[in-house]
Design a protein around this ligand. Structure first.
Ligand SMILES: [Zn+2]
Length: 278
């Protein structure tokens, strides 16, 4: 799933390309595209796109009084639509602007979870954004410390929980735990001040490096393409210590870690679920 850095860089590219264009038509292309009934998307017609913003992993197409909130989920993409064919492959929704350009939301795969919310007023105070935690790129040590205490769980799950911290996913959770030299299974409520400080620094460093990388790209990359130390590097040598990167496999994702850097050499096993998944 695209995470904060990919979404942020993409929002900046879309603002550059489409900012100021007046919306001529919004059209859902699938039954699951539009997640809201009121206000009608037509209320944005005739309004210029002030810019494309981001909250968590959502893109915000700001048309003044009305905002389109777009969630790409796993396989969704929002791209310039040069062809504008009647039935585009994987098409979910299309925005057409008065200069003839269009944006197309697509979703590959079978999940069909990507969608569009139309929101009047401040979008951050309403669904689907109202329950999101603070932005991951705006955390100080004190805020992070409070969030960790408020969400007693495993660190990797905390980092991916959008209600705790918004914007991170599987890739950055893996990279941040490795950078902070913390076990992905560390108990959030038991981290000491030094560990919280390392975690805060790791979150900032991993996000900053990823945004720099994404801003140099012309479009969103797949997560396998991105530089990293542990994510998609299972079986390879840790770039810090040379130990072999290990994995705990779940049905939908992989927790990747370095035993020497993160777990005092111990191998992790998921005692709570692994025996049921075999
Ligand atoms: Zn290592």
């Amino acid at each position: 799933m695209p995470e904060l850095p990919e979404i942020q860089a993409h929002a900046e590219r879309l603002t550059e390309e489409f900012g100021g264009l007046v919306l001529e038509q919004f059209r859902p292309l699938s039954f699951t595209a539009l997640k809201t009934a009121v206000p009608a998307p037509e209320e944005a017609v005739g309004q210029p796109l002030a810019g494309v913003g981001r909250r968590g992993k959502h893109l915000l197409l700001d048309h003044g009084t009305v905002t389109f909130v777009v969630h790409l989920m796993q396989g969704g993409r929002l791209k310039p639509d040069a062809k504008q064919s009647a039935k585009p492959r994987f098409g979910v929704a299309r925005w057409r602007f008065d200069d003839g350009q269009a944006l197309l939301l697509t979703e590959a795969g079978t999940e069909k979870k990507a969608g569009v919310w139309v929101v009047a007023g401040d979008p951050t105070t309403q669904p689907p954004l109202v329950d999101l935690g603070p932005e991951a790129d705006a955390l100080d040590d004190a805020t992070l410390s409070r969030l960790l205490a408020d969400h007693p769980m495993r660190l990797h799950g905390f980092l991916r929980d959008q209600h705790a911290v918004a914007g991170l996913g599987r890739r950055l959770a893996n990279e941040i735990c490795h950078r902070a030299k913390l076990s992905p299974f560390a108990a959030t409520a038991k981290l000491d001040a030094d560990e919280v400080g390392r975690l805060a620094a790791a979150i900032t460093a991993c996000i900053d490096e990823s945004i720099d990388y994404e801003r140099r790209r012309a479009d969103m990359s797949s997560s396998a393409d991105r530089p990293g130390s542990v994510h998609h590097r299972v079986g390879e040598a840790c770039p810090v210590c040379g130990d072999t990167i290990r994995a705990v496999e779940y049905r939908a994702y992989t927790v990747a870690y370095c035993p020497t850097c993160q777990t005092s050499g111990r191998t992790l096993a998921d005692n709570t679920t692994s025996k049921f998944l075999k």
